[in-house]
Write a protein that binds this ligand. Structure first.
Ligand SMILES: CC(C)(COP(=O)(O)OP(=O)(O)OC[C@H]1O[C@@H](n2cnc3c(N)ncnc32)[C@H](O)[C@@H]1OP(=O)(O)O)[C@@H](O)C(=O)NCCC(=O)NCCS
Length: 207
């Protein structure tokens, strides 16, 4: 599959300019220094960090400052967004479109010819459909702004909520592997994939 990708796919991925995304209840925008307190408070939670690869635990104010700086310097992924409530502007979590990590999901080994999405929400904001709304917005951006045929995502095998989010976003199970997590160690993950043709069929997100 990878070998079949055109040589300039990497350049095409760089064409995404990461616009502000507005959904029914959310605004996804670049993280600001004003978000640091909320990021530090909501991210300092093992139930969040242990589901992610690159979030340390405990999570300090310094981690949040560094995260915002690196996100805006383009050092973390392709597009990094703060998830905020449209009505109040309240910061509730983060999401992004990243270059897909290598096959064995080792940290610091990103592929640059494939994309994946990721997200986390602060625990007070779970169970309200915000992650699903976020995933739909990211999926739409990827397929509208790039020519990639397949979008990837993964979650820990124990992450029932995220698996459900991916399912409701049209992703299909691909395989199982391992992920290095700063907070949880080397853990099994399920990998999911959504292809463009399926996305076209689901575009109204009525399912
Ligand atoms: C996983 C996470 C993103 C889900 O966010 P959310 O906003 O609560 O998700 P949504 O409300 O959009 O959807 C969650 C779905 O999972 C279901 N779900 C959540 N926990 C569940 C559980 N323990 N058992 C069964 N279903 C569960 C919900 O019922 C909902 O499905 P439904 O709409 O069919 O009822 C959020 O819990 C989170 O950020 N967790 C920590 C970080 C993380 O796991 N990030 C993803 C890494 S892959």
């Amino acid at each position: 599959m990878v070998a079949e990708l055109l040589e300039d796919d990497e350049d095409r991925l760089d064409l995404i300019d990461c616009p502000v995304l507005v959904t029914e209840r959310l605004v996804l925008r670049a993280p600001h220094t004003e978000d640091v307190d909320a990021i530090a408070r909501l991210a300092d939670n093992p139930r969040v960090a242990e589901m992610l690869s690159r979030m340390p635990h405990p999570y300090t104010q310094d981690h949040a400052v560094d995260f915002v700086r690196r996100a805006n310097a383009g050092e973390i992924g392709k597009c990094v967004y703060a998830i905020t409530l449209a009505q109040s502007g309240t910061f509730i979590g983060c999401c992004g479109i990243n270059y897909r990590r290598s096959k064995d999901m080792r940290i610091n080994e990103p592929r640059k010819d494939e994309l994946e999405i990721g997200y986390w929400l602060g625990e007070p904001h779970w169970g309200k459909g915000y992650a699903t709304e976020t995933a739909h917005a990211l999926v739409d951006l990827v397929f509208r702004a790039t020519q990639v045929e397949k979008l990837h995502a993964s979650c820990r095998v124990s992450n029932i909520g995220s698996r459900r989010v991916l399912y409701k976003s049209g992703f299909q199970y691909a395989n199982t592997g391992m992920m290095d997590s700063l907070a949880a160690g080397n853990v099994p993950v399920e990998r999911y994939m959504l292809d463009r043709r399926t996305w076209i069929g689901l575009r109204s997100w009525n399912t």
